[in-house]
Design a protein around this ligand. Structure first.
Ligand code: GLN
Length: 496
């Protein structure tokens, strides 16, 4: 088996035992990028020289007997919303074109220290607003299963890179579903950790009370290893949780559901869902029962209000966060010819630098926060948010985890929803409640839809700081399906 097809855990072991060098592993992935990324467009920036330089350092340290983490020498691709002090960071926006951050995000820094090799930065919807990467100022990424379809979003470059074997691991951020949805539609694993479990320091802010960094991988254990490597308290993030990291790696290795109580969310599924998605979901419910779980239906009546509440809270926070792009401090500056006022330059820069979806969100959020409307919109949405947390709390008194399809449909064709924001927003129907409540949730592959042969994701939701439960159930599902399918789901994807 070639190096690019190995798991991250295996690659880390090969490098540690010096059966393969980090340089060889890195070169194999750079070759793959050169071979396929002209079709997939997962990357906005690749730095082969720096990657090889980092790999040489890891090899030297291992030769010197340094003890590095289990992922030392393993390549990774970062969503281009995490700052990197040696590469540009654009957030998929023209307004940050050419910006070189002076510092590393905590996620970036911790992974560097753990010896992971940064291949480059991946494409995303501008400022992580979207579900398809079509809102990127640099053009869309493509789904490796069918290049005419979206790879999900906003972290679609990261999902496409991992699903097309250009990187064994990648990072993403999940504000409303932007890790789980792209993972589901590309047939890989994507995890939204508990809010505050992974640091937002150096993450370009979209909606600060929701933004959550998390891992993408081709299997559950690799995702757990990556999450463990960047998680833990960070004094640079005021919302970071000062508690031990849940035992995610142990849970991923354990992978069993015997005796576990699993709740099927009654409100998710049915009308509006693709039949092939529902068929795979129901099969997975049967599978979990056959593995010894006790499956019951659980009602979470306020989950139906999550999407409208999110589309008030997220734009409100975005309208405040994006005010920092003022043409003075970062990136683009338009019309500064010595004749215009600072306000005029700011207006011209924002008009040219922000795309239509970002402008829509800033306007929506500014309106929702304005005097006279605050209580009716933002205030009401915050109340709904509390009710959603209560639904989760009540549910987790009855069951250990909740499950649902990750998305209502499989990957849709590029262009199909680009002019219909509401249709685009619906991609996150099932993922948003966990962002509003801050609890942990993962997406793992559960088969291919009959209609189109495209991947379907199972979402597993656990309580706050119950991240290990997501991995435990995810690993059990993965193991049972891998046996049934005779290999991982991705082995069924057409060759690129
Ligand atoms: N698709 C959702 C949105 O557009 C979620 C995005 C995200 O999680 N970053 O806001």
């Amino acid at each position: 088996m070639s190096l690019i097809h190995k798991t991250a855990a295996e690659l880390g072991r090969l490098v540690a035992s010096r059966e393969a060098s980090a340089v060889e592993v890195t070169q194999a992935h750079l070759d793959r990028i050169a071979e396929v990324d002209s079709k997939v467009s997962a990357f906005l920036h690749v730095d082969a020289e720096r990657a090889l330089e980092q790999a040489r350092t890891v090899d030297e340290r291992i030769a010197n007997g340094d003890r590095l983490g289990p992922l030392a020498g393993v390549p990774i691709a970062h969503k281009d919303i995490f700052t990197t002090d040696d590469m540009p960071t654009t957030a998929g926006s023209k307004i940050l074109e050419g910006w070189r951050p002076p510092y590393d995000a905590t996620v970036t820094r911790r992974l560097r220290e753990a010896g992971l090799i940064i291949l480059g930065k991946t494409n995303l919807d501008e400022f992580a607003m979207g579900s398809s990467t079509e809102n990127s100022a640099y053009g869309p990424s493509h789904n490796p299963w069918d290049l005419s379809r979206i790879p999900g979003g906003s972290s679609g470059g990261s999902s496409a890179a991992v699903a097309s074997f250009q990187a064994p691991l990648s990072t993403g951020t999940d504000t409303g579903g932007s890790i789980r949805q792209p993972a589901a539609v590309t047939g890989i694993v994507g995890m939204k950790p508990t809010y505050g479990g992974s640091s937002r320091y150096g993450l370009i802010a979209f909606a600060s009370s929701l933004d959550t960094p998390g891992p993408f991988a081709r299997n559950v254990l690799d995702a757990a290893l990556l999450q463990e490597a960047f998680s833990g308290h960070d004094e640079f993030d005021s919302t970071s949780i000062d508690a031990p990291v849940p035992p995610v790696v142990e849970a991923a290795r354990q992978g069993d559901v015997a005796g576990l109580r699993i709740g099927v969310v009654k409100e998710f599924g049915g009308e509006g869902y693709q039949p092939g998605v529902l068929a795979r979901f129901h099969e997975t419910v049967d599978l979990l029962e056959s593995l010894g779980a006790k499956v019951v239906e659980v009602s979470c009546p306020t989950f139906g209000y999550a999407l409208p509440a999110y589309y008030l809270i997220a734009p409100s926070e975005c309208s405040s966060n994006l005010a920092r792009f003022d043409a003075m401090r970062y990136g683009l500056r338009v019309g500064d010819d010595g004749t215009r006022s600072a306000e005029e330059v700011m207006a011209l820069t924002r008009a040219a630098g922000f795309g239509p979806e970002v402008k829509r969100r800033i306007m929506l959020g500014t309106y929702a926060l304005s005097s006279g409307y605050y209580d009716a919109y933002y205030g009401q949405a915050q109340k709904v948010r509390t009710l959603i947390s209560r639904d989760f709390e009540a549910a987790f008194h009855q069951v250990d985890v909740l499950i649902s399809p990750t998305t209502p449909t499989t990957a849709f064709p590029i262009g199909e929803r680009a002019d219909d924001p509401m249709a685009m927003y619906l991609a996150d129907l099932c993922t948003i409640p966990s962002n509003l409540a801050g609890n942990a949730a993962i997406s793992v592959p559960c088969g291919l839809a009959d209609e189109d042969g495209l991947p379907v994701g199972l979402q597993i939701m656990a309580p706050v700081l119950g991240d290990d439960r997501c991995y435990r159930v995810g690993a059990a599902v993965e193991k049972a399906f891998t046996d049934r399918w005779g290999g991982p789901l991705l082995s069924k994807a057409p060759a690129l």
